[in-house]
Design a protein around this ligand. Structure first.
Ligand code: P6P
Length: 342
């Protein structure tokens, strides 16, 4: 189903301002954070686009907090976002997948009222083989007293997000975001260095076409998960089988399903008993965006955006996509399907 296409040239800056004007008590601070994210995205896109040419491929050699070997582009993306955001006076702190602790705003800069959480370059292990990678971001308002953000400000349920989105660095660079007033997509025109509105009011098809899952973990799943995957594949329960599409890059898989409909699943398994994906800067922002587009996102037991975080880098199982498929997942994983265990 082709999404409605924009019919005139609208830059992301103009769109953000027009959205801001619809919010009576808007101060323009959130708009400023979104501009700054778009700027950082352009700088990262430029580097990612050239990755195959410059000698910045290969691992940076140092391990990040996840115990993963960092690609140099990971480091660049992380530093680019921090430098683009830390002096604006709109944030009171940041949290990154690449940093063990929260990132304070330097004393020389003013603090604002928002906290930014981000995965600077998700799926970066795909860079060397030219597979799309992405940046994911989530914004919440500070709730603690005092000027600088505390850990408490970041450990808010996803339902408290004021904005969220991602940038996908693929055949084109797209920025897709929501502030709770629908989901809108902007495509970077590199010839003028502008993100132009290309996909206003994105709606996720209710019935999906795609199943995105790494079933090399099948032996490590529990019975309800195995039954869910068999039902999604049309092997039991009489459902129309979904086509399996798995890139291994979260943003790419979710982006495709956003337009084509479908479900992305990263269940808990014996290797990752709490799942692999991160709640604060992967599951929550994508859940906000997908719900705004008419889809759903659960951890297998509850709505992702209702999970109360306890740690900055905590992991969750993730089932995200078209409402029809996520509702099935919810029933089957809660043991409400007669097929479980067959
Ligand atoms: P697996 C990439 O490393 C990532 O964090 C996500 O982008 C992706 O969805 C997932 O891990 C892939 O994990 O275990 O299937 O390789």
């Amino acid at each position: 189903m082709l999404q409605n296409k924009a019919t005139s040239v609208v830059t992301i800056e103009r769109f953000i301002i027009e959205e801001e004007r619809q919010v009576p008590d808007a101060t323009g601070e959130l708009s400023g954070v979104l501009y700054d994210i778009a700027l950082a995205a352009k700088m990262i896109a430029n580097k990612v686009r050239m990755a195959g040419l410059a000698d910045i491929l290969g691992s940076h050699g140092e391990e990040n907090v996840q115990g993963e070997v960092q690609q140099k582009l990971d480091v660049f993306a992380n530093e680019t976002i921090i430098k683009a955001m830390d002096h604006s006076g709109r944030l009171c702190g940041m949290a990154s997948e690449e940093e063990a602790e929260i990132i304070p705003i330097p004393d020389k800069f003013r603090c604002g009222k928002y906290c930014l959480m981000f995965d600077p370059l998700d799926g970066s292990s795909n860079i060397d083989v030219n597979v799309p990678v992405g940046t994911i971001f989530s914004i919440v308002a500070k709730t603690s007293n005092g000027t600088n953000a505390t850990l408490e400000d970041f450990l808010q349920p996803g339902a408290r997000q004021v904005a969220a989105g991602y940038i996908i660095y693929g055949s084109s660079t797209m920025l897709v975001y929501t502030t709770g007033r629908g989901v809108h997509g902007f495509t970077l025109d590199p010839s003028i260095g502008e993100f132009l509105l290309s996909h206003p009011d994105i709606r996720m098809p209710a019935a999906g076409r795609y199943l995105s899952v790494n079933d090399s973990y099948e032996q490590q799943w529990d019975a309800p998960v195995k039954s869910l995957m068999r039902q999604l594949r049309g092997l039991e329960g009489g459902r129309k089988p979904l086509s399996v599409r798995y890139v291994g890059s979260l943003v790419a898989d979710v982006h495709r399903n956003l337009f084509g409909g479908g479900i992305f699943c990263y269940p808990a398994n014996t290797k990752s008993p709490k799942g692999k994906l991160r709640l604060l800067y992967e599951a929550n922002p994508l859940a906000f965006l997908v719900e705004q587009a008419g889809g759903g996102a659960i951890d297998g037991k509850k709505r992702i955006m209702d999970v109360v975080p306890t740690e900055l880098h905590q992991r969750v199982p993730l089932y995200i996509g078209s409402k029809d498929a996520v509702d099935l997942a919810s029933r089957v994983l809660a043991g409400k399907s007669e097929l479980v265990g067959t």
